[in-house]
Design a protein around this ligand. Structure first.
Ligand SMILES: [Zn+2]
Length: 153
């Protein structure tokens, strides 16, 4: 048990996620993932907008990493950005994702990766003016995620 007696915010998510690192070889990933999943998750590809499974999904639930199953985002932080990819204004908890400065493609962006298995998820953009608590947009590939719907009842 965690005996930390500091007050935790009144949210359902823990403030810091405990991440179990997942390390696999490139051959293992290639064998376990589909070609599209591998291209995005392990080669930092991007699915075409408006084609992914979750860009317009409003189902309640938790979005886990498609590669390793670590829970990364929830439907509570998902919002309609109309950009063609699933968008979240925050991760499920601090520590579930990590940030990598990305200067490829002639742009200056911040890449978002799964903190557990280091798979590519998408990018995070800030200050775009969306009416969300953080003014951040985690622009995540559907193929990087796996939705676990909240069980009714
Ligand atoms: Zn992962």
């Amino acid at each position: 048990m965690n005996t930390d007696d500091t007050k935790t915010p009144a949210t359902t998510a823990p403030k810091f996620a405990s991440i179990v690192p997942v390390v696999k070889t490139d051959e293992q990933w290639r064998a376990e993932l589909t070609a599209e999943e591998y291209a995005v998750l392990r080669k930092a590809g991007t699915e075409r907008p408006y084609t992914g499974e979750y860009w317009d999904t409003h189902t309640e639930g938790v979005y886990a990493c498609r590669a390793c199953g670590t829970e990364l985002f929830t439907s509570n932080e998902k919002f309609d950005s109309h950009c063609g990819w699933p968008s979240f204004f925050a991760p499920l908890a601090e520590g579930t994702v990590k940030y990598i400065h990305d200067r490829t493609m002639g742009m200056d962006r911040v890449e978002v990766r799964c903190a557990a298995c280091d798979s590519h998820l998408g990018h995070v953009f800030e200050g775009e003016g969306y009416n969300t608590p953080t003014d951040q947009r985690f622009c995540i590939n559907s193929v990087s995620l796996s939705l676990r719907p909240t069980q009714a009842g």
